[in-house]
Ligand binder design. Structure first.
Ligand code: DGJ
Length: 681
């Protein structure tokens, strides 16, 4: 007996064909279908047997097996001491759940139970897939690969855009044409990584785009393989090291969630679905996001050079221009004068802070700001009291060198005693001081993950520690940082409230980094700071107006020594803070569009089609004699808009004109930014 399972959201539809004795077959995943648009009959009836082919046709299912007639990438690679390696589903039961289904599958021959959960959020248009696998055999099952989800892409898919980069250069777009082959990207750095974001966007003919991202902060694989029927098969999951997962009899492993979406509005539609879904992942203190406070972070202004009086002066200068949260970065704890020592010794440095952090924290809070503190819990320097006491807590492989990076090693977060130590040390500070924010850093890749590989337990252990802090201190917000943007993903988003997007604060670099980030993550979580000029990471100099205007696209902050700013720059920065505060509700709560105009213009729009803040950026000087018109396609055709900018008199114009002919821009020089407010007149 064949059945169809169908899930719908506002913008997407998923349809599977199910039978009691095999894995459900994918019939459709794409933009929303009309209710009566259903398959005309069984898929196999539409696929006569091609020459030289197996008599039993095997289209793409939710759990493609291995060794039994499916020749593509498989959902599972596993064996029992070399046996039970071939897999095919022998029974399928379907359990309805809210907005979705769980497919309960078994392979009676290989003694496996598999559950695939598929939930299509009717509001966000995001299909969340996850898979769990139980070993029902008597012998241990070695698992080499278990996909979080398997999804089809239509035969007119053309190009996949993923993101690469490095420290100081995150979210570099990589566009690969899809062809009759396998496209694959892997990350084996032990955390999300700067150079391989766990997600991608696929562009199809006619402007439809598909997106997927893995909610996981560790090693991962994403791959797209061409199929014999012209479609493509998209998979994502954890990259597992050899021997990493061995399931004892009766044991289960569950994958991270795969978030997938599609949109007739291309990559912007995909971004909107992801933003809405990630917003639902965030656990805000009190259940609601408060306006994102203006930050002052001490790092680039002070580095390790902490002087209590100077920091107090900085705090006073910050409060005077409207800063709302003061974050004391690296350099505050015992013996930490450079990056060669002390990670793990989480108590205030006795020389720099003879009376602890209380005098500074109280000063900051007394000025009306929140006080935040930097920590890097998962790390230890060999030169530390912690390492001297517990050298075995650092991940290592017997007989191999300890491979340091930034002079530090990685603690084994799978160990309860390690997590207990970190929780006790840091929670003592949280209990004693008015700390309402932690910036949680992670400044190296995980190379040698234990004698038997413990990448996966490292991520799960870190998540457990985040959860413990969140449960014990529900009012404390946490920022996810990993040398800038090395741990930006939907998995860590469930435990944190802000991403530090990049250590590169150069505003020119930030324009493309922020655009890439916004493909997957919403603007209110995007830490974006005004840095010094010249920028420390690139040596380039930009005006205060440009630095501040670029930073306003995210969660605004300042990362320089305010005391050194000249009067004019201080006034411009202060005006930038005021403008940010006026626009943050629109920027942080609505939709975000990314677009490009003629002659090198790029833009971001935030809000909804009736009320928008538009950030217009020109990096290189104009080459046209006259400024180009900027078309804003999301505007309502027949509605009159008021157009306000700081550089032109306020005017009104119809949305249709602005969408199809375009907004007249003032002349803009190179490295220039213009914010425009468009609202219904
Ligand atoms: C890397 C982070 O990205 C920086 O913002 C800063 O916190 C340093 N670590 C401190 O060591």
């Amino acid at each position: 007996m064949t059945d169809y399972i169908r899930l719908d959201s506002v913008g997407c539809t998923a349809i599977w064909e199910t039978r009691p004795d095999e894995a459900p077959l994918w019939r459709y995943w794409g933009p929303r279908l009309a209710e009566d648009a259903m398959p005309a009959g069984q898929l196999r009836d539409t696929r006569p047997e091609p020459s030289f082919s197996l008599h039993f046709d095997q289209p793409l299912s939710v759990f493609p097996g291995v060794g039994l007639g499916w020749f593509g990438q498989t959902a599972l690679l596993a064996h029992r001491n070399g046996g039970d390696w071939a897999h095919a589903i022998t029974s399928c039961a379907v359990e309805p759940v809210s907005n979705g289904v769980v497919f309960h599958l078994t392979d009676e021959i290989a003694a496996l139970t598999i559950s695939i959960r598929a939930v299509l959020d009717p509001e966000t248009d995001v299909l969340t897939l996850s898979t769990s696998l139980r070993n029902d055999g008597d012998a241990p099952l070695d698992v080499q690969w278990l996909a979080a989800g398997n999804i089809p892409l239509p035969d007119d898919a053309q190009m996949v855009r993923s993101y690469g980069g490095r420290h100081n250069g995150e979210f570099v777009p990589i566009e690969d044409r899809l062809s009759r082959s396998l496209w694959r990207r892997e990350n084996r750095r032990g955390l999300t990584s700067h150079d391989c974001f766990p997600g991608a966007v696929v562009e199809c003919a006619g402007g439809v785009a598909y997106g997927a991202q893995l909610a996981w902060s560790g090693n991962h694989v994403q791959q797209i393989e061409w199929l014999d029927d012209g479609r493509w098969h998209w998979q994502m999951g954890e990259w597992l090291a050899p021997g990493e997962v061995r399931l004892g009899s009766g044991e289960t492993i569950s994958t991270p969630e795969l978030l997938a979406t599609c949109s007739g509005e291309g990559a912007n539609g995909v971004a909107w679905a992801f933003h809405r879904a990630i917003r639902k992942h965030i656990g805000w203190p009190g259940g609601r996001m408060k306006p994102r406070p203006v930050h002052l972070n001490t790092w680039e202004g002070f580095y390790f050079d902490h002087d209590l009086d100077a920091l107090k002066e900085l705090a006073a200068a910050a409060a005077a221009i409207g800063v709302e949260r003061f974050v004391l970065d690296d350099g505050w704890f015992q013996g930490r004068n450079d990056d060669s020592s002390s990670l793990g010794d989480w108590w205030p440095d006795a020389d720099k802070y003879p009376d602890g952090l209380e005098p500074l924290a109280s000063h900051v809070v007394g000025l009306g700001m929140e006080f935040g503190l930097w920590v890097e819990p998962e790390m230890v320097n060999p030169e530390s009291e912690l390492f001297r006491a517990h050298p075995d807590w650092a991940m290592q492989i017997a007989g191999r060198p300890l491979l340091a990076a930034r002079n530090q090693l990685v603690l084994d977060m799978g160990r309860q005693d390690v997590r207990d130590y970190l929780f006790e040390q840091i929670s003592a500070l949280l209990r004693a001081l008015p700390i309402s924010y932690l910036k949680w850093d992670h400044n190296r890749d995980l190379a040698h993950a234990g004698n038997s590989p413990r990448y996966r337990s490292q991520v799960l252990g870190a998540y457990a520690l985040f959860q413990r802090f969140r449960a014990a201190f529900p009012d404390v917000e946490i920022e996810a940082c990993a040398g800038g943007g090395g741990r930006i993903d939907a998995g860590i988003a469930a435990h944190t409230h802000r991403f530090w997007t990049s250590d590169n604060i150069d505003a020119v670099s930030r324009v493309s980094i922020q655009r890439g980030y916004l493909q997957f993550m919403p603007p209110e979580l995007m830490g974006s700071h005004v840095g010094a000029s010249p920028a420390h990471s690139t040596g380039r100099s930009q005006s205060m107006r440009f630095r501040s205007g670029v930073a306003r696209a995210g969660h605004y902050g300042i990362e320089l020594d305010l005391r050194k700013l000249g009067e004019k720059d201080l006034a411009r920065l202060s005006a930038g803070i005021t403008a940010y505060k006026q626009s943050r509700d629109l920027v942080h709560n609505g939709r975000c569009w990314r677009g490009e105009g003629a002659d090198g213009i790029s833009w971001l729009a935030f809000g909804d089609p009736s009320d928008l803040m538009i950030q217009i950026i020109r990096i290189s000087p104009q080459t046209l004699r006259f400024a180009p018109q900027l078309r804003l396609p999301m505007l309502l055709d027949d509605r009159l808009y008021t157009i306000e900018t700081e550089r032109q008199p306020t005017i009104t114009q119809y949305g249709g004109w602005l969408a199809k002919s375009g907004l007249s821009l003032p002349p803009m020089k190179g490295e220039d930014v213009l914010w425009v407010h468009l609202s219904l007149a």
